[in-house]
Write a protein that binds this ligand. Structure first.
Ligand code: PFF
Length: 522
């Protein structure tokens, strides 16, 4: 029998697990610990918590309210509240689509790691390279494998979303999320007793005031961007899940729980990743995909033996649960949109076929991400060029310079077509043409290209306008009415009113500025 769209979550627990599942994802595991450690440790955490309370919580409540009040997915929901804002709904559907064009690839990669650790436990080496630490370099440029694992990951997502809210998402998250927290605890405890682990806690939690003194704005924008992505805001996912929340639910309490659990999961993930890098990699920590696929791989390799494989499996399995419970919320947001549109047109909704068709389209758009070697490009053996390689945007003549700027690296172009960095201290020569490497995060690989469109622009703009509209146009009473529909009193009405009117839009401007400066180097 076809599942219809509007069955809803069966219990309070199910809603919370699904929303926490959406929030806890790759962002918590590779973004949070690293950013916290290199941006002031405990001070960063404090700023993060303030932002989560003043900006994140308000947007989370706002999205749940919009979803539950209308009982609709983003486009229909915004249209129902005000026709003039339907375009915000479109943004909230395009963004998850674009995010999935890289998130699915990363999810597939995580699965590959988990599977190889599982087989390694029974002595079967499936890495395909002599030492497991060489795996990432070989894997990322192996187009067939990258696409294969992306297909597998997408297929699991499709199967779950085809099962509907109650039969698929709820069933998975009810078991997956508690499982994730149990695995987190097991691995945290194992890592904690390793010699040298303490350096990781110091890196993460130490009160490191320097970054705050040097560039407070950088810390602020890093924390704001991280908080926002981590809480799954501005992406239609929370609106869609909100639409499945029963009117009996305590909406405001649920939102607080989701924010707290997401932050807790991020800190807990950090308590694995950072101490492990200190205990097994002499404190060699870094951010981005390299942390997850390279550094952590080296950690488990250095742990060695059966225990290294077991811990490796547990770790990548927990990352898999985190990734898939996030990606399914994005696929659900897109699928629900089409279902709602069919219902509105009087057609019978076809959940399965809709989820399948979207999955195939997403797979096609995932191909560039999977095939450019995560930024390696054809120059390093990948099947497809990176955006920078394709559009030739990576070098520019340093025009009109009268001398070297101390913070910039200049290059000269050799006869063989290769660029060589000018060594620091070299005298400036007016007759030489100097070049700048203009490859920015936005075009260095397809992953970042998709990321800048979604996380960089659409998410912050969408959430900023939503908060502004709640504060000034639809008014706080809309939020109050919806929260109180369950018979529970809204607390902090004045506080949230100020948040929607002023603090949240301002906070979102910081997020937007942070994203643009990170991606475009502004
Ligand atoms: N919150 C997820 C993470 O931290 O990885 C990513 C994400 C999922 C963002 C769902 C947005 C979203 F709607």
């Amino acid at each position: 029998m076809e599942n219809t769209n509007r069955e809803g979550f069966g219990s309070s627990f199910a809603f919370i697990m699904a929303a926490v599942g959406s929030a806890v994802g790759l962002g918590n595991i590779w973004g949070f610990p690293y950013k916290m450690g290199s941006n002031g440790g405990f001070a960063f955490l404090l700023i993060y918590l303030i932002l989560a309370a003043f900006v994140g919580l308000a947007v989370m409540i706002g999205e749940h309210v919009i979803g539950r009040k209308t009982g609709m997915s983003p486009i229909a929901a915004y249209r129902k509240i005000s026709k003039k804002f339907t375009w915000l709904g479109y943004m909230a559907v395009i963004a998850p689509f674009v995010i999935l064009c890289f998130y699915m690839v990363l999810g597939g990669m995580v699965m590959r790691y988990a599977c190889s650790y599982l087989t390694a436990m029974i002595g079967w080496n499936t890495w395909g390279v002599e030492t497991a630490t060489d795996f990432y370099g070989a894997f990322r440029i192996n187009g067939v494998q990258m696409v294969l694992w992306t297909v597998i990951f997408i297929a699991i997502n499709t199967a779950i979303v085809c099962g509907g809210v109650g039969g698929g998402i709820e069933k998975f998250c009810n078991v997956g999320m508690p499982c994730l927290f149990v695995i987190l605890i097991i691995v945290i405890v194992y890592v904690a007793v390793q010699p040298g682990a303490v350096g990781g806690y110091q890196f993460m939690f130490g009160l490191n005031i320097d970054p705050l003194k040097e560039d407070f704005l950088k810390v602020l924008k890093t924390a704001a961007g991280q908080m926002f992505f981590s809480l799954s805001l501005g992406m239609g996912a929370m609106i869609t899940y909100g639409s499945y929340m029963s009117k009996k639910e305590h909406l405001q309490r649920n939102a607080v729980i989701v924010v707290v659990m997401d932050t807790l999961a991020a800190i807990m993930a950090g308590m694995i990743v950072m101490p492990a890098c200190y205990a097994f990699l002499e404190g060699n920590t870094r951010g981005g995909p390299g942390l997850l696929f390279d550094s952590m791989q080296a950690v488990f390799y250095n742990m060695g033996g059966f225990i290294g494989d077991l811990m490796g499996f547990l770790f990548y399995f927990l990352v898999f649960i985190a990734a898939i419970s996030s990606s399914m919320s994005l696929l659900e947001a897109i699928t629900a949109t089409k279902i709602d549109s069919d219902i509105a047109k009087g057609k019978a909704p076809k959940r399965r076929i809709t989820a399948l068709v979207f999955s195939i389209i997403i797979l096609i758009f995932c191909l560039p991400t999977a095939l450019d070697g995560i930024g390696m490009g054809t120059a390093n053996g990948a099947a497809l060029p990176t955006p920078a390689e394709l559009f030739g945007l990576d070098w520019a003549e340093a025009e009109g310079i009268k001398g070297f700027d101390k913070d910039t690296t200049y290059y000269t172009l050799g006869e063989d077509g290769a660029y060589t960095a000018v060594e620091k201290g070299t005298a400036f020569d007016e007759s030489t043409t100097y070049y700048l490497n203009t490859t920015k995060t936005w075009n260095d690989c397809w992953l970042d290209f998709y990321d800048v469109i979604s996380e960089g622009i659409i998410m912050p703009v969408g959430a900023m306008i939503m908060a502004f509209a709640i504060g000034w146009i639809w008014k706080i009473d809309m939020v109050k009415e919806e929260i109180e529909a369950s018979g529970t009193k809204m607390w902090g009405k004045t506080f949230f009113n100020i948040c929607y009117k002023v603090i949240t839009p301002l906070g979102m401007i910081v997020v937007l500025y942070g994203q643009l400066s990170e991606f475009f180097g502004i």
